[in-house]
Design a protein around this ligand. Structure first.
Ligand code: S3P
Length: 424
């Protein structure tokens, strides 16, 4: 296990670019695998999760070329994988892939690491089975990875998501491409819309309402893709710059589409000085005095992955920040409710968990944050949130299991070095 120590109280300045959006990267590879012509993908995330999806589509029969520039060209092909596919730590990888392969005439086994083997797969098994898919899993419930999916003819479905999950919505939509008749997915709260956006761009017939999407099966003709920067990674730097004194930092070329920018609104409500350029996707953040706010269950899906770093902002703020509807956080890469509580204890912030509500009482300013040792629990976002907390506080923070950052952001430590130390 790799540990790093981050000494703090330095400004965040300058400009930086974060890796390509992880959600878009997974989908770009999977949709390209369904196409017929070579599809060039620029700016793909370099994290381990997306590397696994690239290897997975290759194993399934797509031709994948990786240029020295990092540009990836995928020529579609789905003939089936000879061996089990290991999606590593990636919930998006395994759940979307299950939908992708369910209607093909071959058998696929999808597996992942110890964390993936604990995460709920019944949420995708239920709708896919209703569509006619055959999926068997491990454990008493039969719904844990590895999953074995025997390809079957599928029928369209009308499905209301019981949990707000873009992964479940996407698994159904990808399976629906090969089903008999149209499929409709209803959501009670809108979640990220990459799958619908990208399938529409690939010529698939789709109708989108505020909280529903209907897809008609058909051929996929994926265009070339330029993947914009990942807002979930930008959030680390934005919170760093908002909380550390004398900071002024711009993250360039960030995806600003639906259900991804919620963290900016939350921080602005907390008093953060943030400017978003809708044309370029640049987000500029400056030192701010933050105060507590309420994040409702309705808005949580729009900032679900940012809760660990928003918790750091809340810890540095004056007053109490309340997150409602946090149950989904318990089934992420680790139990993020427990992990955030551990981090807050080290930071000296107040933390109260009551059912599905988390209340954080801040210490008032970043310089007053405590420090010590935090274990990432193998969770990339916990590792990065703890490192930023160390960078903005006064003491020295040791982050154990820092290698978890490779899941989504292998260059995080390099960018942390580059983003501080120069006074604006
Ligand atoms: C993702 C959806 C979210 C998110 C994950 C990426 C996606 O998961 O937490 O990091 O790309 O669809 P859920 O759909 O399970 O909420």
């Amino acid at each position: 296990m790799t540990a790093i120590s981050v000494g703090g109280n330095r400004p965040f300045t300058g400009c930086l670019r974060v890796p390509g959006d992880k959600s878009i990267s997974h989908r770009a590879l999977m949709i390209a695998a369904l196409g017929r012509r070579p599809c060039a993908i620029k700016g793909l995330s370099d994290g381990d999760d997306v590397v696994r999806t690239r290897l997975a589509v290759e194993a399934l029969g797509a031709r994948v070329e990786v240029a020295e520039s990092g540009e990836v060209t995928v020529t579609g092909g789905m003939s089936g994988a000879r061996n089990p596919i290991d999606l590593g730590n990636s919930g998006t990888g395994i759940r979307l892939m299950a939908g992708l392969v369910a209607g093909f005439d071959f058998t696929t086994t999808l597996d992942g690491d110890a964390s993936i083997r604990q995460r709920p797969m019944d949420r995708i098994m239920a709708p896919l089975t209703e569509m006619g898919a055959s999926i068997t899993g491990r454990g008493d419930s039969g719904s844990l990875a590895p999953l074995t999916i025997e390809g079957r003819p599928l029928r369209g479905i009308e499905y209301t998501l019981p949990v707000a999950s873009a992964q479940v919505k996407s698994a159904v939509l990808l399976a629906a491409l090969r089903a008999e008749g149209p499929s409709t997915v209803h959501e009670t709260v809108p979640t990220r819309a990459h799958t619908e956006e990208m399938l529409a761009a690939a010529g698939v017939r789709l109708e989108r309402g505020d909280c529903s999407v209907t897809l008609w099966p058909g051929e996929v003709d994926p265009p070339d893709v330029e993947v914009p920067g990942d807002p979930s990674q930008a959030a680390f730097w934005v919170v760093g710059a908002c909380t550390a004194p004398n900071s002024d930092l711009t993250v360039e070329n960030v995806y600003l589409g639906p259900a991804r920018g919620g963290f900016v609104e939350v921080l602005q409500r907390m008093g953060a000085d943030i400017t978003v350029d809708e044309d370029s996707g640049d987000i500029e953040a400056r030192s701010s005095e933050l105060r507590g706010t309420l994040v409702t269950a309705q808005e949580l899906p729009g900032c679900i992955d940012e809760v660990p770093i928003l918790a750091v902002a809340a810890a540095a703020a004056e007053g109490t920040t309340v997150f409602e509807g946090i149950d989904e956080l318990r089934v992420k890469e680790t139990d993020r409710v427990a992990a955030v509580a551990e981090l807050l204890a080290v930071l000296g912030a107040g933390c109260q968990i009551d059912g599905d509500t988390l209340a954080i009482t801040g210490v008032g300013r970043a310089e007053a944050l405590g420090s010590g040792t935090v274990d990432s629990r193998g969770d990339h976002r916990m590792a990065m949130a703890a490192a930023i907390a160390g960078a903005v506080g006064n003491g020295s923070m040791t982050v154990e299991g820092f290698e978890a950052t490779h899941t989504s952001y292998p260059g995080f430590a390099r960018d942390l070095d580059a983003s501080w130390g120069r006074t604006p």
